[in-house]
Design a protein around this ligand. Structure first.
Ligand code: SAM
Ligand code: SF4
Ligand code: SF4
Length: 384
């Protein structure tokens, strides 16, 4: 392992390279991930659901013909091998014709995958996924049994999901498989316990996501982490990353600042929404991901060409100077953060709905040594 000093030097060098790299990426806007919100229906009604999904969603599902039409156009314009198609929801397994759709996506040349709640899988489902050519599957497991079932609102769900995860781990044909845990006040103190479960079953990767104030979590603020809890999450991730062969990382969202970004995940924070991540929502709206305020839609696939929209619109995503307002205006982190993850942007307040860097007191994390726990810090420096 490199000594801390050389590691810090590498972190510093990487940090300097980040803004120019991101600038080039914005110019290129090379599509690498395309998400389809195929349904808003779900067999669960989790407390935190950012998409506000229920068993009886009123919005009709996105028709498979429309999805294939969009993908046909995309495959003509770009190299499909380089673009991962993600089937999102709601719960993808409730979508009629999912496996046929998967097969067609594969035929067009795209790798495809999904995020699933893991509660509707059995061995036969896994076999269908294999035959349909699925390449990446992420499963949500939100802590030890009681914490998971408290959030997901279903007794016995933990054991079902754990069985799904074990089956998927054994599925060697999958290119990517990981477990996603959303972190909330009821499981943040039990991450070590959850990590042990992951270790025991041999999970290939563990992604941690603090709950964002979106969907149902926007009106249930008790689900959000306090400053102390957020710091505990970061300290735990840093500690587990030292002790674990299994990759443990904070999700790509949320700008952390300092060299924390390199300590809690492998890559520096970069919100790729509208830059290399595009998406089509259940009603056909062209956006970047399902968590973003729908008023940012750039078109609709029932009227507009996806490729034309991707090439000619999306300015609000690629030139974020309009976000340089309020607390972001004059913030010394602007070049690296640019208003935080797009899904955090509160359009009504015209401000970031969350700024972990300032609100969770991480703004002067030293480049080496432990992260000191400290109380809330003042806001960003103002421009003189
Ligand atoms: C919207 S779900 C759709 C897929 C599937 N139904 C599931 O639960 O895995 C995708 C992922 O987003 C996470 N998620 C949902 N609401 C969230 C929120 N408010 N903040 C952060 N992550 C959230 C879920 O826990 C899940 O890991
Ligand atoms: S988080 Fe996933 S499983 Fe839970 S209600 Fe939302 S879509 Fe369904
Ligand atoms: S104020 Fe917060 S969200 Fe805005 S640029 Fe600075 S660190 Fe990012």
């Amino acid at each position: 392992m490199s000594p801390p000093a050389s590691k810090d030097l590498i972190h510093r060098a990487r940090r300097v390279a980040v803004p120019p790299y991101q600038h080039v990426q914005r110019q290129l806007h090379d599509l690498r991930m395309l998400v389809f919100e195929v349904t808003q229906r779900c067999n669960l009604t989790c407390r935190h659901c950012g998409s506000d999904c229920t068993r009886s969603a009123t919005v009709p599902d996105l028709p498979p013909q429309k999805i294939l039409e969009v993908l046909g156009e995309v495959a003509q314009a770009y190299d499909p091998k380089r673009i991962t198609v993600m089937i999102g929801g709601g719960e993808p397994l409730l979508y009629d014709g999912l496996w046929d759709l998967g097969r067609q996506i594969r035929k067009l040349g795209f790798p495809w995958g999904m995020v699933t709640n893991g509660s509707l899988w059995d061995q036969a489902t896994l076999e269908r996924a294999r035959k349909a050519g699925a390449r990446s599957i992420s499963v949500s497991l939100d802590g030890p049994k009681d914490a998971h079932e408290w959030l997901r609102g279903k007794d016995g769900d933990f054991d079902t999901v754990l069985a799904t995860v074990k089956r998927l781990i054994a599925a060697e044909w999958l290119n990517v498989m990981d477990v996603i845990t959303v972190v909330h006040p009821n499981n943040v103190h039990r991450l070590e316990e959850t990590w042990r479960i992951m270790q025991e079953i041999g999970a290939p990767g563990w992604r941690l996501i603090p709950i964002s104030p979106i969907g149902r979590a926007k009106t249930n603020r008790d689900l959000l982490l306090s400053t102390e809890q957020f710091q505990l999450l970061l300290k735990t991730i840093m500690d587990l990353r030292q002790r674990s062969d299994m990759p443990v990382y904070l999700s790509e969202s949320n700008y952390m600042g300092g060299d924390l970004d390199f300590r809690v995940r492998d890559h520096h924070y970069f919100c790729r929404a509208g830059i290399s991540f595009g998406g089509v929502m259940v009603n056909g709206d062209i956006l970047a991901c399902a968590s973003i305020d729908r008023r940012f839609a750039q078109g609709n696939v029932f009227q507009d060409s996806f490729v034309h929209t991707w090439e000619n619109r999306f300015e609000v995503f690629r030139d974020r100077r309009w976000m340089k307002t309020g607390r972001c205006d004059g913030c010394k982190e602007w070049r690296h953060c640019q208003g935080n993850s797009f899904h955090n942007w509160d359009l009504d307040a015209n401000a970031p709905g969350a700024c972990q860097f300032h609100d969770h007191a991480l703004s002067d994390v030293p480049l080496c040594g432990d992260l000191p726990l400290r109380s809330k810090r003042p806001g960003p420096r103002r421009r003189r």
